[in-house]
Design a protein. Sequence first.
Length: 659
Amino acid sequence: MGAQESAIRRKTEELEVGEEYSKKSAIYSLWSHVNPYTKKKSIKGTVFTKEFGSFVDERKYYENGIKHLKQLRHPHIINFVDCNNVNGVLSLLTERVLILDICIDSLTSIEIQSGLSQIREVLIFLHEKARVCHNNISPASIFVTPNGDWKLGGFEFAQSLDETRAPFQTEFYKRARIRTFSVDSATNSNPLWRDYYAFGKLITYSTKFLRADEVGADVIHSLNDIVEKLTSSENVKISLAEIYDEVAFSNDLIEIEIFLSTVHLKLEEEKDEFFKLVHEKLVNLPRRVVARRLSRLFLSRYVLLEARSHLYLYPFILTPQTDESSQGIFPVELFRDYVVPEIVRVFLIRDLSVRCGLLAHFDKYAQYIPVNQLEDFVLNEIQTGAHDVNERLVAQSLQAMATLVPLLGPERVCGWKCSKLFSDGTPKLTVSAHGSTCGSPLPPAPRPVVLRDSVDLQCNRQIEQHAPVLYSSADDAESPQESNVWDDDKDWNEEWTDSVAEKMKVLAADSVVPEATNEPLSDTSSGSIQPKMKPSTSKNKACIGAEFEIAAQSREEDFFADMVPDIKTRGTIIDQLIAQQEELKKKEEEPPKILKFEMKYEELVFDKEAWGDDDDEDWGNSGQEPEHSSNTIEDSPKERSIEPSESQNVNLVEEVLTD
């Protein structure tokens, strides 16, 4: 016994006792001091202290209350932690609670209604299962936990239903009791009726703090009817289980809380119906009440094991509401105050299913966990899971570590020193003079470009020789969607299916280069040169996309407009090939010339020297007819240069026509 007291004394010395609760509470008729305490900077509780002094006979009532707290186990009975009796001072340590009569005004109507339902449940448990009568129901014997649950305490006058001793006949009971919640000593033959009467008075006391706009007038009316039944007469044989009213003792908060507490006992159909409607019910409840009352139940073991909860519940619970479009239920402040501590607490549980269920949504809430907790505790737990033999746990742990890299840094997460081993070859975004962004995946908006009179015509001719010349019909000019030649999806092969002779005539007729003008042309990108469009054969019809062009009005007179040089250019290579082809056709009509040409060509092929090696100056005379002479090829250098050029041109024309 002495060793036990020494251990208790050693634990008590480690407590950090806080400021005493308000003296306005009626609990000070039983206890001398009530203070919150903290042990090891993390465990929080409440310490009740009684200084007996000369009233040594009162000690048995406190011992009776401590005995019942140790024996009785119920979710709505205050949890016993420890007790100590040294030098006539009794100390009782319990979980962290507040006294109802000093905090009821800070509770919402839904919490008060739920609290009355919880006290009713614990009284049914005491009467029907424990066979115990409390004998001290009052706001001073009911406590509120930090999450809003109501719990019953004050078992100093509790007794068994089979016991004949009446504690209310003692002087201590008369001095410590609250008269409003106790019956007259002359009418107390039924021990259960004392609890019924006190519970009815508790309902009357609580309805003063109910607001009809939150719970409804029908709830208040139903509670008043129950009070009348409980306090009318002792001879009325009723029980708390029989007076259950769905309106008075039921709401969405109570239903969700009861279902989550017993989810492992529910049928599959009941689970489907509940989880599909739970989000709608939670949205209609006060956010702070839901966070304070249900955060621990949301992350309980059996709820984490439910696949339906990961589909219908956790996407809204484990994601904070950052804006109006966010699907989260809790604002960031409530999420950090109530949900994050429960998440960190669940990381203490090294259960495979619980850990995998928690890591499944890690990327949604990781950034809201304090950095010190991530580094000191959460990261170590995740790294431990990465060394497990279960493949699913290892995979989810590695994914969680990847989420922590931008939060804690690669060296802290990986555990080794990191260095730069890869180079970044991504093009840097630069802004051009026209405001376009180089390296951007999106093209800049089209901007009009005006061709000035000082354009280099020779440069334009070089571009015309290398760039394809595209033409459009008069019907195409009427379609504004085809103003950009590069947007035409027409198959290029279809353009060569028409008659070759007709195509060549069109090319020959339209080979004249138009003069530079001051009219604006559309440019799809800054600094790019568009392929030249063929002007329409009709002067009355506009070019393609002309309806979208904005005519540029010159503010000043152009004094150099008449000084633009008129330079006649040679035809395109296609025009030259066509002319050469016509000359060849004329020569083919003369059989002797064709025979002579073939003979000379055969001799040229088998000649040791390459044709035209020493006659480069005569290459330009390829268009002249060969002389009719019987001399050999060595004696006719002009014919040597003419004949191969003509055969080469024939081959080029055939290749163009074939393509």
